[in-house]
Design a binder for this molecule. Structure first.
Ligand SMILES: [Zn+2]
Length: 155
C-alpha cells in the first residue's frame, strides 16, 4: 500500500469525526462551505451564516427553512447529476431546466426562469435567495453622512 493510502486508512476515523459537511449553525440544513480557519479544522458555515452575528443565527436558519423549495431549485441548477439519473436523450442541464421550470411555475416565480439557460436561472434564483434570507443587523449604528462629507477624500 502506498504511504498516502496507508495514511488515509489510519486517519479515516479522525477525519470523519473532525469534518462534518453541514453548516455549524444549529439546525441549518445547508452544507458548510466557508470557514475562516485556514487549516481546514475550523467550523464551516453556509454562505448565509458565515460572518453573521451569532445572535442572528436562529433568524437566518428559520428563513433558510422557509425557502426550502427555492434552495432545492438552486441546488438542482448547480448539481443536476444529484437529482436525476442520466439518460441517452437529454443532458443533465436539459433535465434540470425542465424540472426547474415547472417547479418555479408552481411557486409562481417564473420571473426567475431564463429559457434554456440553467446557469442564468441559477444566478437569478441565487439573488432572490440572498434578498430573502440575509438578515440585517439593525443594532449597528448608521454612519452619519455628514461625517463622511468632512473627510479628506470629499474635499
Ligand atoms: Zn447555515
Amino acid at each position: 500500500m502506498s504511504t498516502v493510502g496507508k495514511y488515509f486508512k489510519e486517519n479515516k476515523k479522525e477525519v470523519k469525526e473532525s469534518y462534518s459537511l453541514n453548516c455549524c449553525a444549529y439546525g441549518c440544513p445547508l452544507l458548510g462551505t466557508i470557514s475562516s480557519a485556514v487549516d481546514g479544522k475550523g467550523k464551516f458555515y453556509c454562505r448565509f451564516h458565515f460572518g453573521a452575528k451569532s445572535s442572528l443565527f436562529d433568524k437566518i436558519t428559520a428563513k433558510i427553512r422557509q425557502m426550502g423549495d427555492v434552495l432545492d431549485i438552486f441546488n438542482m441548477c448547480l448539481f443536476p447529476h444529484q437529482y436525476f439519473d442520466g439518460d441517452q436523450y437529454r443532458t443533465y442541464d436539459e433535465m434540470a431546466d425542465q424540472a426547474v421550470k415547472s417547479s418555479l411555475e408552481k411557486l409562481n416565480l417564473m420571473k426567475l426562469y431564463v429559457e434554456n439557460n440553467i446557469y442564468q436561472t441559477s444566478k437569478k434564483v441565487s439573488s432572490y435567495l440572498n434578498e430573502f434570507i440575509v438578515v440585517k443587523d439593525n443594532t449597528l449604528p448608521e454612519i452619519n453622512p455628514d461625517i463622511l462629507k468632512t473627510q479628506w477624500w470629499n474635499k
